[in-house]
Design a protein around this ligand. Sequence first.
Ligand code: PEP
Ligand code: MN
Length: 348
Amino acid sequence: MSEIETLICGPCSAETEEQVFETAKALCGILRPDGKRYVSAYRAGLWKPRTHPGSFQGVGERGIPWLVRVQKELGMKVIVEVAKPAHIDAVLSAGIDMIWIGTRTTTNSFAMQDLCDVLRGVDVPVFVKNPVNPDLELWIGAIERLQRAGIKHITAVHRGFSYYEKSKYRNIPKWQVPIDLMQRMPQIPIICDPSHIAGDKAYVAEISQKAMDLGFKGLFIESHICPDKALSDAKQQLTPSELASMLDALEVRSESSESADYLAAVDHIRAHIDVIDDNILELIASRMRLVDEIGRYKKENNITVLQPRRWESVLNKAIAGAGERGLDKKFVEELFKLIHQASIDRQS
Ligand code: PEP
Ligand code: MN
């Protein structure tokens, strides 16, 4: 079984010295099968970015000595969210090991630049959450600002995207965005924060497994000694023992294998997939040639490009065909909508 490279856990917010210390102690007790500690660093928010002004805003600098105690007495590395230059001064002068930049801050390039200006020349690992909206460039821009400030150890944290409509999760994952980031910046490790995607502890395990399946380098999980009493994000925090069971059940996959049998089998299947992908493209090209032809007839006869009844029957047929073949109907519907849109664009 492979191991998770980075596992950062701890409460959403530092609330009291006792809550901080007891949570950290319990997290230290989670061991891997080889007997080593599983959790590689301890997270806790001191300044909380809250939606409403009346809610708990964090204990601020008052919590720094509690985290220093966790470092000294338990030998854990500690990471804190910073949103203002003054936060950086406070945590770095206390010797906090690492910092993270929250979603709302990544979204704001003025705030990002202010942070980078005070980070110039400082050797501290920085974790950057994705922006609020699924804007890959904004995420990359925040990382580039840190790189220009000379920060060497940068990790991206995927925590999902804000979405107006109701969905199962608090923030929709849109996995394609971090996958695109992996391609654009292969040198930047990406870890997943399943807690803020989930919004509910019931979903933390399935999201963590998905992240492992996709080859994320680690997890950033909220855990509280007594989630029912948490002052922020109570619903999504796991107790340390719930976290331990979840980690036990997690299948951590390796990115590659040296096994000759595995490599030969995968090569063989990939060759088939490449042929099929080529066929898909060829079929789409043939379809578009026919679309061009029908488009010419419509034009000559002064007929509208969009034929709603015909489109409805094409779509229904595709969805029924998806069902017969055990394909996801929603996926096939989206795919046909894209093909249809492109066909209409060619005729207009
Ligand atoms: C957090 O990690 O507690 C937090 C506030 O996260 P985000 O910036 O992802 O909302
Ligand atoms: Mn939180």
